[in-house]
Design a protein around this ligand. Structure first.
Ligand code: ZN
Length: 436
């Protein structure tokens, strides 16, 4: 509109009230310049004659009051926002992966998008994905824009830099951070790892040579890792040592061998179910312990809150300088975020699982994953989870599983043939031996 007036395309305008037309003194002087150039400006609800001297004076005063009102309002809004931030509420729309639940309530994890955001962080943290591959892969999993397109590259940057996901609200303009009262989607460690990759402190593995089983298959003769290469559309892994000529196999062979091995591990899934049930029983028993842990964590968080208060006082009294204050405040915020994460975990009543137990419990998921495995990349995840050594002799792959899987398979095989009661006894025996 101002442009049209300046170019003389319009001779003036009518506005509802003065404070609807300008909100600050700069705009007001701009408007006056237009009046001086001959623009006809009228206010429907105020009888201001901008052509007369007294009319100008009274309009100036009203403009100053409007500017004051606007500044005051901004201040009030700011105060309100800081108040809500201090209570851990995010006074903006929920980031992708969270849901808005009303002004007085924490943001809740979106049951569909939330896990996808976590996946995005996990994939990026592997260092295997650039932004392009990452958004393609995430689109395959269903993380897209509202009209089904791949996420924009900028969106990835925004997500990967948002501390909200690990439980801390950072105000971009001031750099201040507050502990959120929402449940974090990821750990701070995962976030920081992604930051390291983003800022190239960790070199992303070059995709050009990134074959799926890179550094995962060893030569059975010389123990070195096989090196992947693409030939006629197939991926081959070869030993490049002198004297190991002919040690090579196709990627499909590796995946096929893994599939066949799946049958050998199948009996363990029953043991996996048994163990899950047993862990659930134990979980019920420790719910009481967790209540105590929650109380302890809450007390620690309270202590940090009061330390934050004391820190502000020290800063205001001039005992510590701004830099020290900022550093200390940041470390307190991080510590509080960690504690909050522990608290939310304690709320879920999850037990710390021993590593062997985790291997066995996860085995079922892992096998399921391989059964439906669409990509070689997923087969690699399977390898990373339960295979301790993958080697090749000539053209045949040999697979060794992580402990205690081989032992469990052997024991179950030995005891098989008995009835259901015998199986339960075997499982109980296994739990005792493995200290699960
Ligand atoms: Zn070799």
């Amino acid at each position: 509109m101002v442009g049209l007036l300046r170019r003389g395309k319009a001779s003036g305008f009518i506005c509802h009230k003065l404070d609807r037309s300008v909100r600050n003194i700069y705009d007001w002087s701009e408007l006056n310049r237009l009046v001086d150039q001959g623009a006809q400006i009228h206010f429907a609800h105020e009888s201001l004659d901008l052509d007369s001297l007294s009319g100008k004076l009274s309009a100036d005063i009203q403009a100053a009051i409007a500017a004051h009102y606007s500044r005051n309002l901004r201040d009030e809004v700011r105060k309100g926002m800081i108040g809500r931030l201090k209570q851990g509420y995010l006074p903006f729309t929920a980031p992708r992966g969270y849901l808005n639940c009303g002004a007085g309530k924490p943001k809740e994890i979106d049951p569909v998008v939330g896990p996808l955001i976590r996946k995005l962080f996990e994939l990026y943290a592997t260092g295997d994905y650039g932004f392009q591959q990452l958004r393609e892969e995430m689109a395959k999993h269903g993380l897209t824009t509202s009209n089904g397109k791949m996420l924009a590259l900028d969106t990835l940057t925004i997500i990967l830099n948002n501390t909200f996901y690990y439980g801390v609200i950072t105000v971009k303009r001031t750099g201040e951070s507050y502990v959120g009262n929402h449940t974090p989607l990821i750990t701070r460690a995962l976030f920081m790892r992604c930051q390291d990759i983003l800022h190239k402190r960790i070199r992303r593995r070059s995709m050009r040579f990134d074959h799926t089983f890179r550094r995962r298959i060893r030569c059975g003769t010389c123990e070195r890792h096989l090196i992947g290469e693409t030939q006629k559309g197939h991926i081959y892994y070869r030993c490049h040592s002198f004297g190991c000529k002919g040690v090579s196999l196709r990627e499909e062979t590796v995946i096929e061998a893994l599939r066949q091995e799946m049958c050998r591990l199948a009996p363990v899934t029953q043991f996996s179910d048994f163990l899950c049930a047993r862990l659930a029983e134990r979980k019920a028993a420790t719910t009481l312990d967790l209540a105590a842990r929650r109380k302890q964590l809450t007390m620690q968080i309270d202590a940090i809150n009061s330390r934050q208060g004391a820190l502000v006082d020290m800063h205001l009294d001039g005992i510590i300088d701004k830099e020290t204050f900022k550093a200390k405040a940041q470390s307190l915020v991080d510590r509080a975020a960690d504690l909050r994460r522990l608290l939310s975990e304690a709320g879920l009543a999850t037990l710390p699982m021993s590593d062997p137990a985790r291997v066995i419990v996860e085995l079922k998921d892992t096998l399921e994953m391989l059964r439906n495995c669409a990509t070689a990349r997923e087969a690699r995840l399977y390898v990373d989870r339960i295979v301790s050594n993958l080697s090749v002799q000539g053209k045949k792959p040999y697979i060794t599983y992580v402990s205690p899987l081989p032992f469990v398979v052997e024991q179950i095989k030995k005891a098989s043939g008995g009835g259901e009661r015998d199986q339960t006894r075997t499982f109980e025996e296994l739990c005792r031996v493995l200290d699960l």
